[in-house]
Design a protein around this ligand. Structure first.
Ligand SMILES: CC(=O)N[C@H]1[C@@H](OP(=O)(O)O)O[C@H](CO)[C@@H](O)[C@@H]1O
Ligand SMILES: [Mg+2]
Length: 550
């Protein structure tokens, strides 16, 4: 650690001591817990981000401070790799080790070991760009992060209060600046221009788009969507709701994408706003998830989740590829998880290859990279579309032989600009959905009727040790506790169209049970029977057995 002043790090580290009783883990969503416990973690993440940049020859690394759809009191932090992607898996472990060193001495020792093991050349430059969502705890956490960046001597750029997908965009734009792969201007303005210009081109000549209501979850999506509105001008009328970012306790409270997906109902704040026949969508607290819905003519609520978005978008792209005459060179595929509704998988599998991977965006993202165009969405509304470098080159160089081919080709090129390919982006995905609806002249009703969702139920089971539950086949089957999968299979066989699987959550201390069946009552019954099995098998206390478990 010779090039750095250990004494400087020591002094700053002392000022950000770790609470002894707490254990931190860099999980699926980075570090995430109560915001007021994360001071030491943020300081150390600052150092880690600086080191990651040095390890990658001074490429810019991103740091996002957010707890997404979680309650307002939570906060979190995750790192973004140079191409705008999530942190390399091996470094998640390094992050966990460094975050848990008990004292300043332990931390400095762990740091020294780490630098030597990973072979980091400390003389290399180090660049980091960071941002936060609107959570009140974010202000102090950013200042802890800045101390970490200062301690490691990183060149730091503050991207302010912005969405997670914009931070990912910035990282990629900064690292590709001045190259032929330039992703766009490295500013919010560059992002808005890129999205709005391609959107306007894609909807040019289409009938006027009807107003869309956006539930901003009282989070960072609100100010960012307000800026986007300015750039979009008259191309699409947007009505922003739940924009109270300074009202304490309002964030994600009875609103937002997670509320809509879990409650399967309209946020109460929209009851007076949404009119029968009108479309609306909800963002989550950092605007990387999107849920659509509408009220039909009789005022009944219908939800269009990530699976419905995948179906809409994938079918549209497949058609464009055919129309452009590129069917044999560009292969489109879809990636889902076991939580995808069975009806969506059936719909998609008739049209294109579909792969199922374990839960968590990084698994979906990596699998989607194996297609020329890979569409991925989690049922909860997080997803995007990836165009491989080869596909982008084909689109750029292909000579269309008819005007129709030329139009389709142009649309595909514009989609590569409209879609934030670094990560799921609620606002970019929203514009993508609006493009497809405009091209197909679909209302929510027609979109919803692409296929009918199978009734389903998700249940949490609290067990003493969720690590006792291990899975295979993209989490669709249990390998331990031994014998349990056979019992689940036996139950599932008794239900028409039945499907159920059990897996430990990666973000909560619970085991999740998912079930679907032809009828809602049957899906519920199957889920509660499997939950009962899981509870008993895990040695749950009979006197505390939830009464709905069968
Ligand atoms: C059933 C479900 O919605 N699971 C979510 C949830 O993961 P769990 O591992 O199931 O806790 O949080 C993840 C991170 O946000 C998200 O990727 C995933 O889809
Ligand atoms: Mg989110």
């Amino acid at each position: 650690m010779s090039q750095l002043s250990i004494d400087d790090i020591r002094v700053l580290c002392d000022a950000h001591s770790k609470p002894l009783e707490l254990h931190f883990q860099y999980g699926t969503a980075g570090f995430r817990t109560l915001g007021n416990t994360l001071d030491s973690v943020l300081f150390r993440v600052g150092i880690l981000a600086g080191l990651r940049s040095k390890r990658l020859d001074g490429k810019t690394i991103g740091v996002m401070v957010t707890a997404s759809h979680n309650p307002e009191a939570d906060n979190g932090v995750k790192l973004v790799d140079p191409r705008g992607e999530m942190l390399e898996a091996a470094w998640e472990t390094h992050a966990t080790v460094l975050a848990n060193a008990s004292t300043t001495d332990d931390f400095l020792h762990a740091l020294d070991l780490f630098v030597r093991n990973v072979k980091i050349d400390l003389s290399k430059p180090s660049r980091v760009v960071y941002a936060r969502d609107t959570r009140p705890s974010g202000v102090a956490l950013i200042s802890s992060l800045e101390d970490g960046l200062k301690a490691i001597g990183a060149e730091a750029r503050d991207a302010g209060v912005t969405t997670t997908p914009i931070l990912h965009y910035l990282v990629k734009a900064i690292n590709t600046k001045g190259t032929k792969e330039s992703y766009g201007d490295d500013s919010e303005d560059g992002y808005f221009k890129k999205l709005s210009d391609s959107f306007k081109k894609l909807v040019a000549g289409r009938p006027k788009i009807t107003p869309l209501v956006i539930d901003c979850a009282n989070g960072v999506g609100a100010p960012i969507a307000a800026k986007l509105v300015e750039y979009l001008g008259e191309s699409i009328p947007l009505i922003l709701e739940n924009t109270s970012i300074t009202t304490l306790g309002a964030l994600n409270n009875a609103c937002g994408a997670d509320f809509v997906k879990t409650m399967q109902k309209l946020p109460p704040s929209l009851v007076e706003v949404l009119k029968p026949g009108q479309r609306a969508c909800s963002l989550d607290g950092d605007a990387d998830r999107l849920m659509y819905y509408y009220l039909d003519d009789r005022g009944y609520f219908s939800m269009l989740d990530g699976d419905k978005i995948a179906a809409l978008v994938a079918a549209f792209i497949v058609d464009l590829v055919k129309l452009a005459g590129l069917e044999s060179t560009i292969k489109v595929g879809v990636v889902q998880t076991a939580y995808a509704n069975g009806a969506s998988t059936r719909y998609l599998a008739k049209r294109l290859p579909v792969k199922c991977v374990p839960t968590g965006v990084k698994h979906l993202h990596h699998a989607a990279e194996h297609y020329n165009i890979g569409v991925y969405f989690e049922a909860n509304g997080h997803g995007t579309v990836l165009f491989s470098p080869q596909a982008q080159e084909t689109l750029a160089n292909h000579e269309p032989s008819t005007p129709a081919q030329s139009t389709a080709l142009n649309h595909l090129v514009n989609l590569t600009h409209l879609i934030n390919q670094t990560v799921g982006d609620a606002l970019s995905d929203m514009l993508l959905v609006e493009v497809v609806l405009a091209h197909k002249s679909y209302t929510g009703v027609e979109w919803n009727s692409l296929y009918a969702d199978l009734p389903n139920r998700l249940v949490k089971v609290v067990v003493s040790d969720r690590n006792a539950f291990r899975t295979e086949d993209a989490e669709r089957r249990l390998i331990s506790p031994s014998g349990l999968q056979a019992k689940i299979d036996e139950l599932v066989r008794r239900y028409d169209g039945g499907r159920s699987f059990v897996r430990p959550s990666g973000t909560e201390d619970v085991v999740r049970v998912y079930a679907e069946a032809i009828l809602k009552t049957q899906a519920d019954e199957l889920a509660f029977r499997v939950a009962g099995l899981v509870y008993d098998e895990a040695g749950g206390d009979p006197s505390r057995r939830p009464k709905e478990f069968l």
